[in-house]
Design a protein around this ligand. Structure first.
Ligand code: ATP
Ligand code: MG
Length: 202
């Protein structure tokens, strides 16, 4: 089943993890291919160019851009301050709550997480009230703020090799998930953990 948010719903706070080149971006594009209302935050500037109209965080000050039954935008930050532009993007998505909810998919979170801890944590704590479901994408589990790891509804992981990342996964999602992530090899399906009280069918 897919709605405005594709396979997600307004309570969804997903994480996608894996070492460089393991397939995180590929997975997210496939998962959100049929979402009608989604904003991709793309620090690389080229990974999501086929997914929607390219805009800047400044453009989103015009909230009208976030209105519509179909709204697929790709925010490409200007290089000097990715953190500030991420925070502006989150603020715009929250301010557009009345337009029917959307998914914010944020790639390369490790690049700006150190300066955006509060924005990321608020997304997880309040996103379902603000109509913002989220997908946070990172090479390293430990670059995702701890509160976000703790409140994730679904975690998809390709390979993680560093013991700090594997330890963090074991702490939140158990030893079996850690083992599947440590054993992952190219061509394998991703390891997926879902919050036990959440909708398993998605
Ligand atoms: N399941 C898959 N099937 C086919 N091709 C895939 C699959 N997963 C990844 N690829 C291809 O492998 C390459 C690397 O994938 P991708 O860019 O998604 O990795 P990534 O984890 O996002 O890397 P980075 O950390 O560098 O951003 C891409 O060319 C992508 O199209
Ligand atoms: Mg990527």
């Amino acid at each position: 089943m897919t709605g405005n948010l594709g396979p997600l719903d307004q309570r969804s706070h997903e994480l996608v993890l894996g070492v460089p080149g393991s397939g995180k971006t590929h997975h997210v594009k496939a998962r959100l291919a049929r979402a009608r209302r989604v904003v991709f935050f793309d620090p690389t500037g080229h990974d999501y160019s086929a997914e929607g109209e390219q805009v800047t965080a400044g453009d989103l000050l015009d909230l009208e851009l976030l209105r519509g039954a179909v709204c697929r935008l790709v925010v490409v930050p200007e290089a000097d301050d990715v953190a500030e532009e991420f925070q502006a993007t989150v603020a715009a998505c929250r301010a557009a709550a009345d337009f029917g909810g959307l998914v914010l998919a944020a790639d390369e979170v490790g690049d700006y997480a150190p300066r955006c801890g509060e924005a990321l944590t608020r997304l997880h704590r309040n996103g379902h009230h603000d109509g913002v479901a989220s997908v946070l994408i990172s090479q390293c589990a430990v670059d995702i703020p701890k509160t976000c790891r703790r409140t994730a509804t679904r975690v998809t992981s390709l390979l993680q090799t560093a013991s700090a990342d594997l330890d963090a996964l074991e702490t939140e999602y158990g030893p079996e998930f850690r083992e599947r992530v440590a054993r992952w090899r190219p061509g394998d399906p991703p390891a997926v953990w879902t919050l036990p009280t959440f909708n398993h069918s998605r």
